[in-house]
Design a protein around this ligand. Structure first.
Ligand code: PLP
Length: 402
């Protein structure tokens, strides 16, 4: 494993793992020395079809050969088709989509929608959840319920207030103040440790918003588009949001984000924009992603494979280090009893499997939706070996190390 020569010139915003992937196929990536790894990091959810899916590659190649880029001052066929497809697939009534390039931008658009409508109604405040993550732009950072991430940049905009996840009473009290125009939540808190919100809380959030004239924004950047077994994770609770944000999996590896809102909340001309947003190539890629999820029956498969992954981890890892295995579909988090997720992920790399951390004490696995049962078994074996390795290196108090 070598570090690329130019790496020193990259801003070190990421504490990088000691691995440089150079090639990928389905769920396997190879490093610069030709060593293969099973990819359960899954680009943090941005690789739903695995690496180089033929339908995705063909769609991109065809679009590159047809029309590469134009300005958003013109309509394009891929963008219009994609907006229509999202309107058909998502439960948002009479949906209108604004296209951008990332999750943070999709949430930035949603925040602007919340502000324009909230200000007009005299309810400019937005309530978000403690432990949430919504992006790194200034407004989405202000919306992120993790004080340590906000601290270096404060004061940020003071539009957001926070309540604990799954606390319907706290949400009701906050909206009772009368100045709240929107609630922003991740149906499964991803970066905050893979914590699914309960269906009861999601339904209570919808009812509270309705009672107080607030809009409900679902940040499905990580949880949406099949990752949790539905087009939207919030649909599991039968809740219909007013605004949905998407990114990560949408482009299957190309950058594209979407802010999908019911028609009455849509931006008008000049209210928002993006040079590259929903460009022909990423839009064509996204159409291929949606079509493949349908054609390969991936939504059902995700629930089955996700259940297998969680059950097998719980079964094969009888360890003082594992407190809980949680998540939905193929967004899986293993809660550890100590803050050693980094060590476990490093040990998994040694075992030939890639995973990520969702906080200091949660190991996250979000493999491509096309994952096979045998691949799950390999990942679980690597996880169990990694946990054992970490325990042996620093034994859990009271446990005897073999
Ligand atoms: N929202 C959620 C729920 C996310 O998980 C992320 C990224 O991890 C974002 C927003 C930000 O997305 P991006 O990194 O594409 O800006």
């Amino acid at each position: 494993m070598t570090v690329p020569a130019g790496e020193a010139a990259v801003m070190p915003t990421y504490a990088r793992y000691p691995l440089t992937p150079v090639r990928g196929e389905r769920l396997t990536v190879w490093d610069d020395e030709g060593t293969p790894y099973l990819d359960f990091a899954g680009a943090l959810g941005a690789n739903p079809l695995g690496h180089g899916h033929p339908a995705w590659r063909t769609a991109i190649h065809q679009q590159v050969d047809t029309l590469d880029i134009t300005t958003n001052l013109f309509s394009t066929l891929p963008q219009a088709d994609l907006a229509r497809r999202l309107a058909e697939l998502l439960p948002v009534p009479d949906a209108r989509t604004f296209f951008c390039n990332s999750g943070a931008e999709a949430n930035e658009a949603a925040v602007k929608i919340a502000r324009t409508h909230g200000l007009a109604a005299g309810r400019p405040a937005i309530v978000a959840l403690e432990g949430s993550f919504h992006g790194r732009t200034v407004a989405t950072l202000a919306a992120t319920g993790q004080p340590a991430k906000r601290a270096p940049f404060e004061p940020l905009v003071d539009w957001f207030r926070f309540v604990p996840p799954n606390d319907a009473g706290a949400l009701e009290r906050e909206l009772g103040d009368g100045d709240v125009g929107a609630v922003l939540l991740e149906p499964v808190l991803g970066e905050g440790g893979v914590r699914p919100l309960t269906p009861e809380f999601l339904r209570a959030a919808r009812a509270t918003c309705d009672r107080h004239g607030a809009i409900l924004i679902a940040d499905e950047v990580q949880s949406g588009l099949g990752r949790c077994g539905d087009w939207l994770a919030i649909s599991r609770a039968d809740v219909v949001p007013d605004v949905v944000t998407l990114a990560k999996g949408l482009g299957g590896g190309l950058p594209i984000g979407a802010c999908v809102a019911r028609a009455g909340l849509a931006f008008g001309p000049g209210e928002h924009g993006s040079t590259f947003g929903g460009g022909p190539i990423p839009a064509a890629a996204a159409l291929a992603v949606l079509a493949t999820i349908e054609e390969e029956g991936l939504l059902e498969r995700v629930l089955e494979m996700g259940a297998r992954l969680r059950e097998e981890i719980a079964r094969v890892t009888p360890s003082g280090l594992v407190a809980e295995v949680r998540g939905r579909g193929l967004l899986v988090g293993v809660q550890l009893t100590r803050p050693v997720s980094h060590e476990v992920v490093l040990a998994m790399i040694e075992e030939g499997v890639l995973a990520t951390e969702a906080g200091a004490d949660v190991v996250r696995m979000s493999p491509a939706l096309v994952v096979e049962p045998e691949e799950i078994d390999v990942a679980v074996k690597a996880f169990a070996a990694a946990v054992q390795h970490v325990e042996e290196a620093a034994p859990w108090p009271g446990r005897t190390v073999r």
